[in-house]
Design a protein around this ligand. Sequence first.
Ligand SMILES: Nc1ncnc2c1ncn2[C@@H]1O[C@H](COP(=O)(O)OP(=O)(O)O)[C@@H](O)[C@H]1O
Ligand SMILES: [Mg+2]
Length: 318
Amino acid sequence: MTSPSTPAGRAVSTQDLTKIYRTGFWMAQKVASLVSCSLTVEMGETFGLLGPNGAGKTTFIKLLLGIIRPTSGQGTLLGRPLGDRRVKARIGYLPENPYLYEALTGWECLSLMATLHQVPGAVQRQRIPQLLDLVGLAQGAARRKTLRRYSKGMVQRIGLAQALINDPDLVLLDEPMSGLDPLGRYQVREIILQLKAQGKTIFFNSHILSDVEHICDRVAILARGELLTVGSLTELLGTGETYHAAGRGGEQAYLASTLDSFTQEGDYWQGQVTGNPYTFLTGLEAAGGTILHFTLDRPSLEAFFVQQLRDRGITQSQ
Ligand SMILES: Nc1ncnc2c1ncn2[C@@H]1O[C@H](COP(=O)(O)OP(=O)(O)O)[C@@H](O)[C@H]1O
Ligand SMILES: [Mg+2]
């Protein structure tokens, strides 16, 4: 979804945002968690901030929320300066390790959060079951369980529900899929896609590339506190599509001239189609060959991500 480009229509806007922690004896040691980070997220966008551990992703979200103050630089959230109290009512936040009251059931947990957000009782009675339904905790045994007996996936899902209790315009999620098994990740991904369909602006941190790839309109890559690149997946990865072909038989001269990285074992061969895929397939038939496998290879975000880090000499996460 595209959106207004006036600053007030922006969900997130930062200019040269920098956070330097001072630690150690006499606070003499400096840790640059975020360096001159300038980033814009439009309303309605689903934006993924990618980066290895220690990149500065959590620091960025905490700065946006006003939980910590920048060393230098500035920014706005929903058109208001960072830390502005009035904005908080329009924001939902799922921390990296959400702390929730373990003695409560999902319903009670949401009811408590709703009360803290001053959501009126009548609205609560309508919204809580809707949210429990959205995150798959409305039915069966899950309804009666206290959070202490929740699985990691359930905790993450109730965490998502509590982030939505005030019906926020902008949702900030810090590593929402981290530590979940494939089913748990799938469930969280589906919830985020539903929020996206509802028109919510979603900003999330992740080091899990495949999740970002499926959900985000745009991504940024952060490493060692620096933004390496920002753009849509098409902008970053290009539209370059290559087809991988594997088959049997056919004139070798034809195969060798139309396939890159052509290899052959007995009658079987494989390679990357260099030209138009349709022309290749019709030509193959004329050359007496049979196609057994034909797949589209898209450039992967993972390969791009690793290359971006390698280009800057980063081969290990912190
Ligand atoms: N309170 C703090 N004091 C000192 N250093 C910190 C503090 N919080 C984070 N850092 C450091 O800042 C860097 C970025 O941390 P963080 O934002 O948590 O990264 P990410 O969320 O991408 O894993 C790390 O090197 C981390 O050790
Ligand atoms: Mg983090």
